[in-house]
Design a protein around this ligand. Structure first.
Ligand SMILES: [Zn+2]
Length: 363
């Protein structure tokens, strides 16, 4: 006996119509992901991830929900009748009226099939001047990059935009200079023209320290280390900077002072450390008030009131006195200027964001 399978395409036009409306709405709002989460009663909650925050936007009726999910699965060339196994697929730009590539993932849950659609934006162009950095921090970074020497460390939790800041620094260098730039990343998040990007491969023994040692023989002028995770990498980074390379890296710590404290433990040669350590930036991303409605909530921001994010950062430039104290004592270095709190206050004063978002970032 053969079971008849439902048709791949829904005969009703509710699925296609609702699906294209939802996709359009998500794309319009600038969502990075669209979630359809089934509820126990057959309806499904639709959420958008906007500027890193997942937010419910509407509920699909028990009639519409399966039609919309079926339509998405059909477009992604998944088995529309399969509801009990996870599936992954892609929707081509040509199949939807959007200028974006979509990746679809389904997963069975106890209340039904969950569907997540990820929106891929076109290749980003990294421009330091367009990041939205405070003017003085932008100037500090440009002076550092132009100096062709020294060690720049970025810190901040994952998702705080460190990689974008680094890529934007590289974008600036590629545009203004002809120097040889090498990165070692885990993994490379995007390809940047004019930069030699490489990846660690721990499984094959190509660790950060090993890769950097080899890459230094490739005659780099600026070298980017995706993350300093261990003492050996920290020492090689300092050594590379000491031998005339400009080094840019990330390091996990809660603050600029925290980076200094960690480095003091990781790198026993305080003289070497003091000779190269120039600049530390601790950053987060702050949601920007929606320019269309100034935070009131409108169609452009899916009623959230925010649209887009800007970096906010505390910045520590080491002075001669700091280097002296690094070499010979354990007294703390100067405070960051601006401090994290000052930088956030400034964004609130300038009307870039509001106190509610400032409180979220501070917490
Ligand atoms: Zn708005």
């Amino acid at each position: 006996m053969s079971l008849s399978r439902p048709q791949a395409a829904e005969p009703s036009d509710v699925g296609p119509r609702e699906c294209s409306r939802l996709m359009g709405r998500a794309a319009e709002a600038g969502a990075s992901d669209l979630h359809i989460q089934p509820k126990g009663d057959g309806s499904a909650e639709v959420s958008f991830r906007l500027d890193g925050v997942l937010r419910p936007v509407e509920v699909l009726s028990p009639e519409a929900a399966p039609l919309v999910c079926g339509r998405i699965k059909f477009l992604a060339k998944l088995k529309t009748w399969e509801h009990s196994l996870p599936q992954d697929g892609r929707i081509d730009q040509a199949d939807i009226d959007l200028n974006q590539e979509l990746r679809v993932s389904t997963f069975p849950t106890v209340s039904g099939e969950k569907v997540v659609v990820r929106f891929f934006t076109e290749q980003k162009i990294f421009r330091l001047g367009r990041l939205g950095l405070a003017t003085d921090l932008l100037g500090v970074l440009q002076r550092f990059l132009n100096s062709r020497r020294g060690l720049l460390l970025l810190t901040g939790p994952s998702g705080s935009g460190k990689t974008t800041t680094i890529y934007s620094c590289l974008g600036y260098l590629v545009e203004t200079d002809t120097r040889h730039i090498i990165t070692i990343e885990d993994p490379a998040e995007q390809v940047i023209d004019g930069v030699m990007q490489t990846e660690v491969n721990e499984a094959r023994g190509l660790t950060y320290p090993k890769a950097i040692r080899h890459l230094l023989r490739q005659d780099p002028e600026t070298i980017v280390i995706g993350e300093i995770r261990d003492d050996e990498t920290a020492e090689i980074a300092v050594r590379a900077a000491l031998t005339g390379h400009q080094v840019i890296a990330t390091l996990h710590a809660g603050s600029c002072q925290g980076v200094v404290d960690r480095l003091k433990v990781m790198v026993p040669d305080r003289f070497a450390l003091a000779a190269v350590l120039d600049l530390i930036v601790n950053q987060r991303l702050v949601r920007r008030l929606c320019p269309s409605c100034s935070g009131q909530g409108c169609e452009a921001c899916a009623q959230v009131g925010y649209r887009g994010r800007v970096p906010v950062a505390e910045c520590l430039r080491l002075t001669d006195a700091d280097c002296q104290s690094l070499r010979v004592s354990d007294s703390p270095v100067s405070s960051a200027s601006p401090t994290f709190s000052e930088a956030i206050d400034r964004l609130v004063d300038e009307g870039v964001t509001d106190v509610r978002e400032a409180a979220r970032i501070r917490s």
